[in-house]
Design a binder for this molecule. Structure first.
Ligand SMILES: Cc1cc2nc3c(=O)[nH]c(=O)nc-3n(C[C@H](O)[C@H](O)[C@H](O)COP(=O)(O)O)c2cc1C
Length: 138
């Protein structure tokens, strides 16, 4: 499995690593990839698409790297299972609700509700690890 994330200050990256740990606990293997090292083919051979991005701008995905990446993969991920996650600060999670709807409108099935954590996840965040275990069973 592959987890592609954007993270400016490390919080979403920490979530990605914990989710990968949960996936490993569930008996599968996940590679954690910074979006700057991901190309548009990255999920072509995957049944499951795992994406992480914090709330940025005004309740949107990060616009320079992550948004263009989502645009690039959008035409290729219909029918796949998707798991979303990200860190946020002062908002109420609107960016994640919008992102979930967008993925569903592309024909993706959400494995679970997008996991949002305010600022830094705890060191052994059970929410992140449990999401990983859910993904491993999906
Ligand atoms: C430029 C910028 C814009 C942001 N916009 C929002 C926002 O609209 N809503 C929100 O809840 N948090 C917002 N935040 C807070 C980040 O989502 C929060 O700091 C998060 O933990 C960053 O995750 P990261 O460490 O993975 O980069 C913003 C942060 C930055 C730097």
């Amino acid at each position: 499995m592959k987890i592609v994330y954007y993270s400016a200050s490390g919080n979403t990256e920490k979530m990605a690593n914990l989710i990968a740990e949960g996936i490993a606990n569930g008996g599968k293997n996940a590679e954690v990839i910074n979006v700057s090292n991901a190309n548009a083919d990255i999920f072509d051979n995957e049944e499951i698409v795992i994406l992480g991005c914090p709330a940025m701008g005004d309740e949107v995905l990060e616009e320079n790297e992550f948004e263009p990446f989502i645009e690039e993969i959008s035409s290729k991920i219909s029918g796949k299972k998707v798991a979303l996650f990200g860190s946020y600060g002062w908002g109420d999670g609107q960016w994640m609700r919008d992102w979930q709807e967008r993925m569903e409108s592309l024909g993706c099935t959400l494995i679970d509700d997008g996991l949002i954590i305010q600022y830094e996840p705890e060191d052994n965040s059970s929410e992140c690890i449990e999401l990983g275990m859910t993904i491993a069973k999906a």
